[in-house]
Design a protein around this ligand. Structure first.
Ligand code: NAD
Ligand code: DAU
Length: 351
């Protein structure tokens, strides 16, 4: 079986659902169920004997050791993290704990389990670390995209802790020979994304008749990838990636935030028209994010060249699917917009 950490979050859950759909191999899903983890996303799998869910913290070494010993996974796919930049600005401690200490604990547990394996199982074992393009810092409008050799220059507590975790993963390969792989992906969007992130937040606010809060001048650029394409890339890297190497994953979809919000409003005007006017009328410019990175962009040629991966969705097809999914799954959205979510919105947007 495979061990997935953070499999109740946005990307981890999409990965688990696709894995169980496409393969017979069972999944051990280890997730702490923070505010960002949601078992409702995995409801379709609750009676599936190939999906074993364990609520646990990756920082809890004894539990992680026990899970390795009991389930003997052939691979670890490490998604679990604190993932929201704005939250890392308000409270970095959880980010250091989960992203750095948690990844270290998981690496230690994996190394100790791996050392008990016979030579064939040792050679087949994989530790795949899911990381971000934010570790490379910020680009100017004319800089080339981030490649696998771009130096690390993280700017937020979130990206600094992800960079720290990437370095630990690299060191465990170099020093101990642990068979690791790392992926650094650009901004994901798609079903089951928590509505604190740009796209689902804008959809939720638009439908609720609330302001659409664009930070600063709205001209910061992100490189958007449909979550299903990210999941396929991870499967490819797991199956055929070169040990110790890193792979950049991106969709060649650079957009300003303002472009994204206008496109979303256009789709909503089409799919769920308002009684009068356009959702665009709700766009509001608000105070900028401190230290806001100007531009991210991924050069994904290594993944395309070495492993034959290409995204299946364009930004237009992926975003239309996503908006339709949120319109069709308002129960899921209402369920995750709990008291904790309302507290966050008050702290971030109303203060
Ligand atoms: P998410 O915040 O939606 O989900 C994170 C999951 O990890 C949640 O289910 C949460 O309960 C779990 N978790 C948090 N702390 C934990 C702990 N201590 N122990 C066990 N579980 C814990 O995040 P996401 O957007 O799905 O991102 C998943 C991974 O992909 C992260 O490592 C993130 O850095 C990376 N990534 C995200 C994006 C993106 O655009 N969302 C892009 C590139 C890389
Ligand atoms: O690049 C990959 C990263 O993408 C991942 O590693 C992170 O886990 C993920 O959260 C995401 O980080 P961003 O900070 O780019 O995503 P976010 O959705 O928070 O913001 C996208 C852009 O939109 C960013 O420039 C900030 C802006 N924004 C965001 C919010 C929530 C707004 O203008 N208004 C908002 O209300």
């Amino acid at each position: 079986m495979i061990l997935v950490t953070g499999g109740a979050g946005f990307i981890g859950a999409n990965f688990v659902l696709e894995w169980l759909n496409a393969s017979d191999e069972p999944v051990l899903n280890l997730d702490k169920l923070t505010y960002a983890g949601n078992l409702g996303t995995l409801r379709s799998q609750q009676d599936n004997p190939r999906h074993v869910f364990v609520r646990a913290d990756i920082c809890d070494r004894a539990t992680v050791d026990r899970l390795f010993a009991e389930h003997k996974p052939r691979a670890v796919l490490h998604f679990a993290a604190e993932s929201h930049v704005d939250r890392s600005i308000h409270g970095p401690a959880d980010f250091v704990q989960t992203n750095v200490v948690g990844t270290f604990t998981l690496l230690e547990a994996a190394r100790s389990y791996w050392n008990t394996l016979n030579d064939a199982d040792k050679a087949a074992f994989r530790f795949l670390h899911v990381s971000t393009d934010e570790v490379f810092g910020s680009l100017s409008a004319t800089d080339p995209q981030f490649s696998e050799t771009t130096p690390y220059a993280p700017n937020s507590p979130y990206s600094a802790t992800k960079a720290g975790s990437d370095h630990l993963v690299r060191a465990y390969h170099h020093t101990y020979g642990l068979p690791v792989l790392t992926t650094n992906c650009s901004n994901n969007y798609g079903p089951y994304q928590f509505p604190e992130k740009l796209i689902p937040l804008m959809i939720a606010n638009a439908l609720a008749g609330k302001p659409l809060p664009v930070y600063g001048d709205g001209l910061n650029v992100r490189d958007w990838l449909y979550v299903g394409d990210h999941c396929v890339a991870i499967r490819e890297v797991l199956a055929r990636g070169t040990l110790g190497e890193t792979y950049n994953v991106g969709g060649w979809n650079e957009k300003t935030n303002l472009d994204v919000v206008h496109t979303l409003c256009g789709l909503l005007d089409d799919l769920r028209p308002k009684a009068s006017g356009s959702y665009r009328d709700q766009i509001t410019f608000v105070k900028d994010r401190p230290g806001h990175d100007r531009r991210y962009a991924i050069d994904a040629r290594k993944l395309e060249r070495d492993l034959g991966w290409k995204p299946a969705e364009t930004f237009e097809t992926g975003l239309r699917k996503t908006v339709q999914w949120y319109l069709d799954n308002q129960d899921w959205v209402q369920n995750v917009m709990s008291g904790e979510y309302r507290n966050w919105v008050a702290k971030q947007y109303e203060a």
